[in-house]
Design a protein around this ligand. Structure first.
Ligand SMILES: [Zn+2]
Length: 424
């Protein structure tokens, strides 16, 4: 089985890589569709030839790497089971302690360590590319620090969830997925509450907005929309990147409006206000809660299908892969394999919903600020600084983009101004 697995993996992955290469470097046309030529959405009107060339090059490599990485996690989980690593991990845990409350987190730690090490080259390649094209300005040590923080936060959350889950599986053979789902709901709210005050500050420094005049204008805008924020935060992202961003996160008393300092440094005041109006739009239209509701519904179906698929897989292949029972922790790679595949399959739907919400937030922002020039200017600036692809290939748009493409966003704003792009 091992030999067959290795051969097939190499053959199929090579074909996949070749097709990706052809898709991104040969088959996709990076040109501007005729309807957008010469408009504000046409990158040749606001990027230099050099910037345009770099952005096209960068996007191609970035997309290629990103799609190459897509099936790697699945291959690792399969490999861990086929090569017997899951049995080794399980037996090691049994030697360390006879308590499952120790064995399960230890299994999670070993699996996560192996996965992280195997995926590290790809992660590093992504960072290398971003530094090479001048997007990331982060030093290697600072980047490694972020990676380690991510590793340990991921471990703590995962160990907790998986330990509870495997206790449930053992106790409620048929209903564990439903109980797990019910328990997930308060947990999701709790994490959303903690995110801005516990998790985010581990990575970056958050301070009150230095520019008090701007803060006043932003708060006035927030007040106009009944957003209960009395402070705006800025975060020192300029130490790490040239790209720009702003967001609203957290719930209840932990609700925060956050601006990356790169956004403050590079945009004009009225452009920052447009970006803020977009974020306020998300808040006013309850996108955070709708998003949470979406996650809760998706988790329900995800766990339900995982329950059935995991049972089937255990019956069919369990013995050969080292677990005869679903409640055996050695089945965890199978659980992850099923869950990550399901989440991949559902991602186009989630992204489409997100793109819709982003369009609504843009619409809200332009109606609120009534300043199309500032709006268009901010998006053009965002595109240049992030060397973004205004018009990505279809595969990238439908499988990666949670926002409409910049071409669509700028076009929408320009239409608001009343210019019909099809004339000329
Ligand atoms: Zn948004």
């Amino acid at each position: 089985m091992k030999k067959k697995f290795v051969t097939w993996t190499i053959v199929l992955y090579a074909i996949y890589g070749l097709l990706l290469g052809l898709y991104f470097f040969q088959w996709t046309d990076v040109g501007v569709p005729p309807a957008y030529e010469g408009t504000a959405a046409d990158p040749t009107t606001f990027m230099t030839e050099k910037e345009l060339e770099l952005s096209q090059e960068y996007s191609r490599y970035k997309n290629f790497l990103s799609f190459l990485g897509e099936p790697l996690e699945w291959i690792i989980y399969l490999g861990v089971m086929i090569f017997g690593a899951s049995v080794v991990f399980k037996n090691f845990g049994k030697q360390i302690s006879r308590f499952r409350i120790i064995q399960i987190p230890l299994f999670v730690l070993l699996l996560q360590t192996l996965t992280t090490i195997l995926l590290f080259p790809l992660d590093y390649a992504r960072r290398w590319l971003s530094v090479k094209y001048g997007i990331s300005t982060q030093s290697f040590s600072s980047w490694m620090r972020d990676e380690l923080i991510g590793f340990w936060i991921g471990f703590i959350i995962m160990a907790l969830l998986i330990t509870v889950l495997y206790f449930l599986i053992k106790k409620f053979e048929k209903r564990w997925w439903l109980i797990a789902w019910v328990l997930m709901i308060p947990f999701l709210f709790f994490m959303m509450y903690l995110q801005p005050v516990v998790i985010d500050p581990l990575y970056n420094d958050f301070t009150e907005l230095q520019d008090k005049q701007l803060e006043e204008k932003i708060l006035a805008l927030a007040d106009e929309a009944d957003v209960p924020a009395d402070r705006v935060y800025e975060v020192n992202m300029s130490e790490k990147t040239n790209s720009m961003n702003a967001y609203v996160n957290g719930i209840g008393s932990n609700l925060r409006i956050v601006l990356w300092d790169t956004t403050l440094n590079r945009l004009e005041e009225n452009e920052v206000l447009f970006i803020m109006a977009h974020e306020i739009g998300h808040y006013v239209m309850n996108h955070l809660y709708w998003n949470l509701a979406g996650v809760i519904v998706a988790t329900f179906f995800g766990l339900y299908f995982t329950y059935h698929l995991l049972r089937y897989a255990t019956r069919r292949w369990g013995e050969r892969l080292g677990f005869t029972n679903v409640s055996d922790i050695a089945s965890l790679p199978m659980f992850f394999l099923i869950l990550t595949m399901l989440s991949f399959l559902s991602s186009p739907v989630e992204l489409a919903i997100s793109r819709n919400a982003e369009t609504d937030a843009d619409q809200y922002a332009i109606e609120m600020t009534q300043d199309p020039d500032a709006a268009i200017g901010s998006f053009q600036e965002l595109t240049v600084n992030g060397l973004s692809d205004v018009h990505p290939p279809a595969l990238v748009k439908y499988l990666r983009y949670g926002h409409p493409t910049m071409m669509e966003r700028i076009h929408m704003l320009e239409s608001y101004q009343g210019i019909d792009v099809k004339e000329e």
